[in-house]
Design a protein around this ligand. Structure first.
Ligand code: ADP
Length: 307
């Protein structure tokens, strides 16, 4: 298990009438890529802003590399790079000129590192081409290069693939993987689209209405998206009672429409049908399905989880 890079304890943020974060407790391990997934307005940007020190939480605390003291972090050479909202790029400048400007602004002008970072993000050969003529994917990669100035250990990227075409999504995905695999960076990357992040992230954090609804690894997500038996009955309460008391399982999920996803007994469907019938459950639907990533996401933020 890698060391803990970031920990939030009971982090909350209230904007006037809007509770944007509600007691968020998170622990991020070094070298992993966390996909922060939530619909628009879920609280993703607010969470990143609080971690980056771009705003003050109403309650709770953030520990970075075990400390709350940002000066101590700087002294230890521990850095956070963040790309929150649009990258601050100058449209009339080339990639190299933008990098140099950003390095100057951060007090670290170094042509070698500027070139190295441009190479890392695949923009070394763009020459004099101005940023205003870049594709959105190229702009995002340049934005990511600027966050890498100072060699941060934790990178936070807010919706970096939003609006990109499929080729742009692949470019960013490959870059993120490279940063994690070769540089052992911890990356927190947000999106409103779980399938889009599925290929890039090693772990997923599902946020809804300011609350962390679920944190799960890629393997766990795969497991949750496996096959299930979809059941509907005239009396949904009786159905779940029979599942629990007669089939001795809690490995099911009740959906908002009262249908039930049963993750057990896929090879014993007859037994399920028979047991329900014997216990007076009037079944109106019985089918075998597979959950898509999007279905799973919706079930976490909208459905009742039983298990
Ligand atoms: P996301 O990044 O997931 O789209 P945000 O963190 O931007 O979500 O927003 C979370 C909630 O907080 C939303 O309801 C949003 O309207 C509200 N919010 C965000 N920033 C502010 C602000 N500066 N003032 C008031 N409300 C805000």
């Amino acid at each position: 298990m890698g060391s803990i890079v970031l920990e939030t304890r009971d982090l909350s943020k209230q904007y006037k009438t809007q509770l944007a974060l509600n007691h968020v407790n998170l622990r991020l391990q070094q070298g992993r890529i966390y996909g922060l997934i939530g619909k628009n307005g879920a609280g993703k940007t607010t969470l990143m802003r609080m971690i980056a020190g771009l705003g003050f939480p109403s309650q709770g605390s953030t520990y970075l590399f075990g400390t709350q003291n940002r000066r101590e972090l700087e002294a230890a050479g521990k850095r956070i790079g963040s790309l929150i909202e649009a990258p601050a790029l100058v449209a009339g400048m080339s990639a190299k000129e933008n990098m140099h400007l950003q390095c100057l602004m951060k007090g670290m002008p170094d042509y070698e590192i500027e070139n190295e970072l441009l190479e890392l993000v695949g923009l070394k050969d763009t020459g004099k081409k101005k940023v205003k003529n870049f594709s959105l994917g190229m702009k995002q990669r340049l934005g990511i290069a600027t966050t890498l100035i100072g060699n941060p250990d934790l990178l936070m990227l807010d919706e970096p693939i939003n609006g990109l075409d499929p080729a742009g999504v692949i470019e960013i995905r490959n870059l993120i993987r490279k940063l994690s695999a070769y540089e052992n960076k911890t990356i927190l990357i947000s999106s409103h689209n779980l399938p889009e992040l599925y290929q890039a992230a090693t772990d997923f954090i599902i946020i809804h209405e300011g609350e962390i609804r679920e944190v799960l690894t890629h393997e766990e997500l795969d497991d949750r998206c496996k096959c299930y038996i979809s059941l509907e009955a005239v009396n949904a309460n009786l159905l779940t009672t029979v599942l629990e008391e007669k089939l001795h399982t809690r490995n099911f999920q009740v959906m908002p429409d009262n249908s039930v996803k049963l993750f057990d007994f896929l090879d014993e469907r007859e037994r399920v049908g028979r047991t329900l019938h014997e216990n007076d459950v009037i079944v109106t639907k019985f089918s075998v399905c597979e959950t898509s990533l999007e279905d799973y996401f919706m079930s976490v933020i909208g459905g009742k989880k039983n298990a």
